[in-house]
Design a protein around this ligand. Structure first.
Ligand code: ADP
Length: 478
């Protein structure tokens, strides 16, 4: 052991090679030794030992009655160290002071401070860019959403009025295009919200079987049109009611399912759901969505979950899409404390598997479903979907109704993407527009404006919902 211990010579060599400035000094602050770095950085060379420490720290160390301020030095964690030529640099430092010897270890942090400053500047610039981009996204998506909804509304009216033959099939195509466009707009909105780290996962009770069913139903027309077979198998021990974000889970499933349909021309699509872990009131589910489609090669796999990435440009021409779906899906899964994985063989098919954590419902005792296996063939899809907002259209005068609905829509987008300045302007407009409304509605609008002004997403959203229901109640009462 003795032989292995550090010898005086070793210590000296370490000190000489150190990347810190090392100084040895006595009670009076006289420098007895300075390592190679100290001699070089401070510019005194070997003459360093003719100085006292307070000369290196003129800003911090002041002698009183000629006594060296040992106590002050002991407490110093950082300081400005002066060179022979009068220039200085910031240091982080430690003084080791005991009866035998005193040492000072100091490290030049000028570069680090400059890097930190640069990082702060870069962060600020990036935040500003994201803010500008979010506002831009809010504006563009809204500008796009309005005409798309308009087209869809008018075409639906035409279809309801009764048209046949070629006109009907053209109108059906227009409706489908509008739906694709809405999906893209929603993807872009989700993407920027996820990017801003402002995505909140809801915790609400929902019927798990109905959720899966709904995701399948959404795709059933396309599945049947391609003559594909779909099988859904949910493990029987999964309770009927769970707590989590139903909407987002549907979105994940829907995205994988619609990709499976998009990239499969013959064969089948299979959805399997199993329970992997249950601990206290938490449950982890494992989903597998597999298809017999075009498949994905190992090289293409790496790009998949990145935003705006499709495996190659010809995919866009042939199948369309923005390449945002899987990136959003991955992020949503991660927000639900899960992971996503892909197994695939080019030309044979793909199998996307993912896990998510949900909670058991405290309100229900009914427990366990008895094994389900569904096959969907030729089912009709219910396309009619009317937003609650439409009811608000009926409030007040026709112009006023339209205006309120439009402002509410804009407001929610601005809130979602955190464009608070614009959100505040819309909240204010809405408050003015409900000036003649009953007290409850007015109060809600007022509170909403206050919360938006405080840029408080959660509270504003709550208030937004309150106002919406107050408006609807008022309309319902008329
Ligand atoms: P998009 O909206 O363009 O479909 P996604 O992020 O959902 O974007 O998918 C990205 C790309 O991954 C697709 O363009 C396609 O190349 C590939 N892909 C996704 N799912 C499948 C699948 N089931 N089979 C084959 N390729 C797929």
């Amino acid at each position: 052991m003795e032989q292995d211990a550090l010898q005086g010579e070793d210590v000296y060599r370490f000190m000489e090679a150190s990347l810190e400035i090392i100084l040895k000094f006595d009670n009076q602050g006289r420098i007895l030794y300075g390592n190679a770095l100290a001699q070089e950085d401070l510019g005194y060379g070997e003459k360093l030992t003719q100085l006292s420490l307070d000369m290196l720290f003129p800003g911090e160390l002041h002698r009183e009655n000629d006594d060296f301020p040992l106590e002050t030095l002991k407490k110093m964690k950082e300081g400005m160290m002066y060179r022979k030529n009068g220039t200085c640099f910031p240091v982080r430092m430690t003084a080791v002071i005991d009866e035998q010897c005193h040492f000072l270890f100091a490290i030049n942090v000028a570069k680090r401070i400059e890097t930190e400053r640069k990082l702060v500047r870069m962060k600020e610039e990036m935040e500003e860019t994201i803010k500008v981009r979010n506002e831009f996204v809010a504006n563009v998506t809204h500008e796009l959403r309005t005409p798309v909804n308009g087209i869809r509304g008018h075409v639906t009216n035409l279809l309801e009025a009764g048209v046949s033959g070629e006109v009907k099939s053209t109108l059906d195509i227009i409706i489908r295009c509008c739906e694709n466009m809405s999906a893209i707009i929603n993807n872009i909105l989700d993407f920027s919200k996820l990017e801003a780290g402002k995505f909140v996962i809801e915790q609400k009770e929902f019927n798990f079987y109905e959720m899966v069913n709904h995701a399948v139903e959404t795709n059933i027309t396309a599945i049947n049109a391609k003559g594909l077979r779909i099988m859904v198998n949910i493990e029987k021990s999964i309770p009927e009611y769970l707590v989590g974000d139903q909407l987002r889970l549907t979105q994940i499933l829907n995205n994988l399912l619609s990709n499976a349909v998009k990239f499969t021309s013959v064969g089948y699509i299979n959805i399997e759901v199993t329970k992997t872990v249950q601990f206290d009131d938490e449950i982890e589910l494992f989903f597998v969505v597999s298809d017999t489609g075009i498949g994905i090669s190992p090289e293409e796999k790496d790009k998949l979950f990145k935003s705006f990435s499709q495996v190659d440009a010809s995919i866009t021409r042939k199948y369309g899409g923005t390449g945002l779906g899987l990136s959003i899906t991955k992020q949503l899964i991660e927000l639900m404390h899960g992971t996503i994985h892909l197994d695939s063989e080019k030309g044979k098919g793909s199998s996307f598997s993912f896990s998510v954590r949900l909670h058991l419902s405290q309100n229900r005792e009914e427990g366990i479903k008895t094994g389900e296996r569904f096959e969907f063939i030729n089912q009709k899809q219910d396309m009619s979907q009317y937003d609650d907002l439409e009811k608000i259209f009926q409030y007040g005068t026709p112009e006023n109704q339209q205006e309120i609905a439009s402002k509410m829509e804009k407001l929610i987008i601005c809130m979602e993407v955190e464009a608070w300045d614009k959100a505040e302007a819309f909240a204010h407009n809405i408050k003015e527009l409900v000036e003649q409304a009953p007290r409850e509605v007015k109060k809600s609008a007022f509170r909403m404006e206050m919360n938006v002004r405080k840029a408080n997403y959660e509270k504003s959203l709550e208030q937004y919902k309150d106002l919406k229901s107050a408006l609807m109640e008022d309309i319902g009462g008329k």
